[in-house]
Ligand binder design. Structure first.
Ligand SMILES: O=C(O)CCC(=O)C(=O)O
Length: 317
């Protein structure tokens, strides 16, 4: 019996010795997989001045995109909500364009291709070619200039704070019904727009789908911005243990709708890692996907949820 065991052991050793190169390669791959930290990318958020002249708004965005890439080394550039039009229901019909045939889409596709970058194209008022309805829509462009995704704002901004702010996007816009994720540089990114950030359910769905980062072009105002903008960005980052980026237009005190500004990147620890003030500016941050993995491993709330006590949507990761 002992003899048989010894022979088997010798055979196994000989096999390993014969295939030592292969064996070493397998061990090296396993070790690498265990220890390999995920990389990341540099993102630039463009807090743009937006005025009444659509052509100027587009030109300004293109200039700032170029400089974020050539001067600051961004691989992904993100624009604010409603960057080609003043923000207001009275403006949306006049500024609306079809996607991807409108002039704004064509300009974004061309600059993404020229610079070889990923471009989160903020939002524009979209006129749908098939139903003629208006949507508040984000487009995402690849380094080849291809349209990777469109996201139509799901939760329309309808609020009424007497003496504060009253806004009813639903007077002219239709809400979208689809989530949108894109795979960029090893990260899965979920898109939301402004008011959407108030809905933790949407962020949860993206987390369930395996997102590492959530990007919200937005334009909070002088009433809700000071109270809620950072709170919500940090809240969603903390809930989902993801990076969160919020991108606002610059503040223009003379505009009909005065944006809060303060575009920011929040890391999965819910720490604000880069932030603008209210003026036109470019916010740059390095997104480190190893930080996502680190937080999720160290505070493993996702696997600790008591789904026997409350419902959540299907978990893919
Ligand atoms: O939720 C807020 O306070 C502001 C939302 C907003 O401005 C928007 O959805 O465009």
């Amino acid at each position: 019996m002992e003899q048989i065991k010894t022979n088997k052991f010798k055979k196994a050793c000989n096999l390993l010795a014969d295939n030592s190169c292969l064996f070493r390669a397998i061990i090296a791959t396993i070790f690498q997989t265990i220890t390999m930290a995920r990389a990341g990318f540099r993102i630039a958020l463009l807090q743009l001045k937006v005025g009444a002249n659509k052509q100027q708004n587009i030109e300004n965005a293109l200039t700032k995109i170029r400089s974020a890439v050539t001067d600051k080394g961004a691989r992904i550039v993100a624009l604010p909500e409603c960057f080609n039009s003043p923000y207001g229901t009275q403006h949306f019909p006049a500024y609306a364009e079809e996607i991807p045939t409108g002039e704004t889409s064509r300009s974004l596709a061309a600059i993404a291709k020229e610079l070889g970058i990923y471009l989160i194209g903020g939002t524009i008022p979209e006129r749908c070619a098939t139903d003629s309805k208006l949507y508040n829509t984000c487009t995402v462009w690849s380094p080849e200039g291809a349209l990777m995704a469109t996201y139509r704002k799901i939760h329309l901004f309808d609020i009424n704070i007497p003496g504060g702010i009253t806004f009813r996007e639903s007077d002219v816009l239709t809400g979208g019904s689809d989530l949108a994720t894109v795979a960029i540089e090893g990260a899965k990114i979920g898109i939301g727009i402004c008011y959407d950030i108030r809905f933790d359910e949407l962020a949860r769905l993206y987390r369930n789908q395996g997102c590492d980062m959530l990007i919200y072009p937005g334009a909070f105002n002088m009433k809700t911005g000071p109270l809620h903008w950072e709170l919500l960005a940090r809240g969603r980052a903390n809930d989902t243990q993801s990076y969160v980026a919020t991108i606002s237009p610059a503040r223009d005190a003379s505009a009909g709708y005065v944006a809060w500004g303060h575009s920011m990147v929040v890391d999965p620890w819910a720490k604000v890692v880069a932030e603008a003030n209210e003026t036109e500016d470019t916010v740059v941050a390095d997104v480190n996907l190893a930080t996502v993995d680190e937080v999720r491993a160290q505070i493993p709330i996702f696997s600790q949820r008591r789904t026997d006590l409350y419902t959540t949507n299907a978990v893919e990761k």
